[in-house]
Design a protein around this ligand. Sequence first.
Ligand code: 5GP
Length: 193
Amino acid sequence: MNFLEERIVKDGIVKPGNVLKVDSFLNHQMDISLMEEIGREFKRRFADKPVTKVLTIEASGIGIACFVAKEFGVPLVFAKKSKSINIDGEMFVAEVESFTHKNRNQVIVSKRFLSPEDHLLIIDDFLANGCALQGLISIAESAGATVEGLGIVIEKGFQIGGRVIRNLGYQLESLAIIDGMDAETGTITFREQ
Ligand code: 5GP
């Protein structure tokens, strides 16, 4: 088991509905040493990529993406969730369905912060059905930017997102891939990587 898998086994809580809670160390209370290690690991996996910006989505991607951006020495841009239908031409927009909240949000990024010169590393905490990543890829495409890769902290490998994104031809790196989890026993099965 790698450092993250060990932590998931120790402190993760399996909830009904295929939801894993990691809010004691990743996305509510944050273990900063672990975040630093995550940042270093993504830097190692994407070391050969000419990354100019890290792109993520609010809210829980931001903390992790900060540490990745610091490793690459580049800015972090996060897509904001917006209820407003009145978006002027200043924004790149994508529709994203939330896995955890079961609603649809428009996510927006100001056109000032992404351009065709950008080489993006897209980061998020979880990958389930892939809606969040597809929204971010669509924003990158709207900007004419290059997606150099995608980094996920926890991929739920029994949901379709990973397959969808890899089939699109992107380098997708997940630090832990869960192949199964059981809310009754709390058992979590990781994919050998
Ligand atoms: P997707 O868009 O791939 O269906 O879902 C990814 C998004 O949903 C992530 O940004 C994450 O915030 C949230 N998410 C999906 N599955 C889980 C989960 O099991 N636990 C938590 N805490 N968040 C999840």
